[in-house]
Design a protein around this ligand. Structure first.
Ligand code: FE2
Length: 240
């Protein structure tokens, strides 16, 4: 698999990272009383431990230039020391806190079955599959969106970034924009982070590792879909 084919396969995987229930989450279609399920499951599957996932990629990687990119990402995620001012997992909790949720729930989250399987797959992919898979799954799949092509190609649609006052949590659930600190921080670093992540994977993952990386990314996508199905059902949503 050459670099161009590798790039295209990864971009197609990212373009498939969309879920039938998401428009219901962003249009107020989820009952306020069920919304905590979404935040809890997101927090425990990847948000809380995202800096550690990046760390797994870091310790397995023999290439100093890649380690430096990963170290910078790890530092910002774990401390907020470059941009956000606070650890990103802590800033994530500002969403449920701002919505008045019972924050003690986040100390003992029970993962849904699909969430347990997604998390187990992520742990295996980041810990036991080499730095190429670990870096791709964390910095491309988990951090990325269906709009990643827009970060690389000038002509592709970019990720929409409406004013914070129009954020779905503000419009439909009355969240104060003060609690969107993580959204604000991500907007500041996102473009840079997305391009750095793609640069690392496309320029440093050798031809021998590319099939393993695309297989791991497809597995992550499949497990993510099943995970999001479980969250949607637990929030009372049915597939249209
Ligand atoms: Fe982050």
């Amino acid at each position: 698999m050459d670099r161009a084919e590798f790039r295209e396969q990864l971009l197609e995987i990212m373009e498939a990272k969309e879920h039938w229930a998401w428009p219901m989450f962003t249009s107020g279609g989820v009952a306020r009383s069920a919304l905590h399920v979404h935040f809890e499951q997101e927090y425990a599957t990847y948000v809380r431990d995202f800096p550690v996932f990046v760390g797994w990629a870091y310790v397995q990687c023999p290439i100093p230039a890649v380690r430096r990119e990963l170290a910078e990402n790890l530092y910002e995620e774990e401390t907020g020391g470059l941009v956000a001012g606070r650890p990103h997992p802590e800033l994530f909790l500002e969403y449920p806190r701002g919505l008045g949720m019972d924050m003690s729930r986040f100390d003992h989250i029970q993962l849904l079955p699909g969430a347990t399987r997604y998390r187990a797959a992520l742990d295996r992919l980041v810990q036991q599959s080499g730095w190429q898979v670990a870096a791709s799954v964390t910095t491309i799949f988990i951090e990325g969106t269906q709009y990643d092509r827009g970060e690389l190609d000038r002509d592709a649609p970019r990720r929409p970034a409406p004013p914070l006052e129009e954020h779905p949590l503000v419009v439909h659930y009355g969240l104060s924009v003060d609690h969107l600190a993580l959204t604000r921080a991500h907007r500041q670093v996102e473009g840079e982070h997305r391009r750095a992540a793609w640069h690392v994977v496309l320029d440093h993952v050798g031809a021998d590792a590319r099939p393993r990386v695309t297989a791991a990314m497809r597995e992550a996508l499949d497990m993510w879909q099943l995970y999001r199905d479980d969250v949607a059902h637990a929030c009372g949503l049915q597939r249209p």
